[in-house]
Design a binder for this molecule. Structure first.
Ligand SMILES: Cc1cc2nc3c(=O)[nH]c(=O)nc-3n(C[C@H](O)[C@H](O)[C@H](O)COP(=O)(O)OP(=O)(O)OC[C@H]3O[C@@H](n4cnc5c(N)ncnc54)[C@H](O)[C@@H]3O)c2cc1C
Length: 409
């Protein structure tokens, strides 16, 4: 019998397995595909870490997570986290951007608000903003290396005594009426017994939880694509952290566009739309480009980078999935019902969960060990927030993610 069975080895499950094993619990991590596969949400070469959120409850979580990223790096002995500044921009009256500024101030995060000409000076002519836009600069930005980071957590979990098994698709989770605890069964007929269980199955969450309990969590998988664009020859250094001090960035408005410095592929920069189209995780189109998204990106790149990045079309793309909740807030809670406090779920990361993985892993370990998480208010992440209120948490600004009806939006 295991103390804890963790189901799903994306970044959240892998971080949780490490944190749980580190506390001395006998832990097993089960994954339906090969470890480090590219079919979920945690693969690839770059994710942004930033403390700028319109909601004021995420910034301090990011700062704590940032500390835990460094702690894990120190334990493994290599880097997955490359720090830089964060640059947010958008129309000066954009409600989300204004909320970002307020939330930084509320959380004592040093923030500089620049007008369009100050932005031009600050970034040595690289970013050109319309006259009615502002730029918001904060210190806490950076790039995380996703596949390498998932591998890091899995290695740390192993080093701390966890067992890891891939090609184990869980099809059943039920209460073990004989021994107590939870029985987990896989499609290939293996059975695992655990005192407790953590479900971190990303875009598969709604389906698995529904099959197991009948409960329908409002977590909608979206298929999304990241794009890489070619930097004009001779200007490559300006877009790097090392030589250009280039930031991770986000552009507010419709659509919300984000990007990371040139790092993983020399001479290329990642710029993408924060959005996608609904999908079934096992029936994806894998189609690389949404014409509307690419069109918006071309226009944005042409206007903001003034010929320093080739706007004629992306040179590379990668497909991925978001797990959207209606309010874009996470779901981190006990599953309840017959399972009471024996099963915890963590999902619905809505396209912004990677940076939080070390902290969410710790929260899950604490929920299992003590029933409560230290230093983090989980009230925004409860399943109960959707009872009689399908939209969830109420906010005074629009959602960030652009939802297309289909890839041909
Ligand atoms: C293109 C893109 C860009 C993003 N950018 C950012 C960013 O800049 N910053 C940021 O913070 N976040 C970002 N995110 C979001 C972040 O990557 C996700 O929130 C995070 O990776 C979610 O991890 P997860 O472990 O919940 O899900 P996943 O990585 O999907 O892991 C779930 C795992 O569970 C497994 N599984 C499913 N069902 C079963 C089963 N029945 N049995 C066993 N295993 C199962 C799956 O195979 C999968 O490996 C981005 C996401 C995408 C797609």
């Amino acid at each position: 019998m295991f103390d804890v069975i963790v189901i799903g080895a994306g970044v959240i499950g892998s971080s949780a397995a490490y944190q749980i094993a580190k506390r001395g619990f006998k832990t097993i991590l089960l994954e339906q595909f090969d470890f480090l596969h590219h079919c979920g949400s945690s693969h690839g070469e770059s994710r942004t870490i930033r403390a700028t959120y319109p909601e004021d409850y995420y910034s301090n979580m990011v700062l704590e997570s940032s500390r835990l990223w460094e702690e894990a790096e120190a334990e493994i002995g290599y880097k997955v986290y490359f720090k830089t500044i964060q640059f947010d921009m958008g129309p000066s009256d954009d409600k989300s951007l204004q909320a970002v500024i307020s939330s930084c101030k509320k959380n004592s995060i040093l923030v500089r608000v620049l007008d369009h000409s100050q932005v031009y000076e600050e970034f040595d002519g690289v970013f050109k903003l319309p006259e009615d836009w502002i730029g918001v600069v904060t210190e806490h930005g950076g790039v995380l290396k996703p596949t390498k980071a998932v591998s890091m957590f899995q290695t740390l979990a192993l080093k701390n005594g966890a067992m890891l098994r891939d090609n184990m698709e869980v099809i059943e989770i039920k209460k073990d009426e004989v021994q107590g605890g939870v029985l987990v069964r896989t499609r290939n007929g293996e059975e695992f017994y655990g005192k407790k269980c953590v479900v971190t199955v990303g875009a598969w969450m709604k389906n698995l939880v529904h099959e197991v309990t009948g409960l329908m969590l409002p977590i909608q998988p979206l298929e999304t694509t990241v794009y890489y664009w070619k930097i004009k020859q001779g200007f490559e250094d300006k877009f790097t952290i090392q030589n250009g001090g280039f930031p991770t960035f986000a552009s507010y408005g419709e659509p919300y566009i984000y990007g990371t410095p040139s790092l993983e592929f020399p001479g290329l920069i990642k710029i993408a739309v924060h959005g996608g189209w609904p999908c079934e995780p096992n029936e994806r189109t894998w189609v690389a480009a949404s014409p509307t998204a690419v069109d918006s990106l071309k226009k944005w790149i042409e206007a903001r980078f003034q010929g320093l990045v080739d706007p004629s079309g992306p040179v590379m793309s990668q497909s991925c999935m978001y797990s959207m909740t209606p309010d874009e807030d996470f779901v981190i809670d006990f599953l309840g019902g017959d399972f009471g406090k024996e099963v915890v779920v963590a999902g619905g990361f809505s396209g912004h969960g990677f940076k939080m993985a070390p902290l969410v892993g710790r929260i899950l370990a604490e929920l299992l060990a003590d029933g409560v998480a230290q230093g983090v208010d989980l009230k925004y992440f409860g399943i109960g927030r959707f009872d009689g209120n399908p939209r969830g948490n109420v906010k005074g600004f629009d959602c960030q993610v652009t939802l297309a009806d289909s890839r041909c939006d």
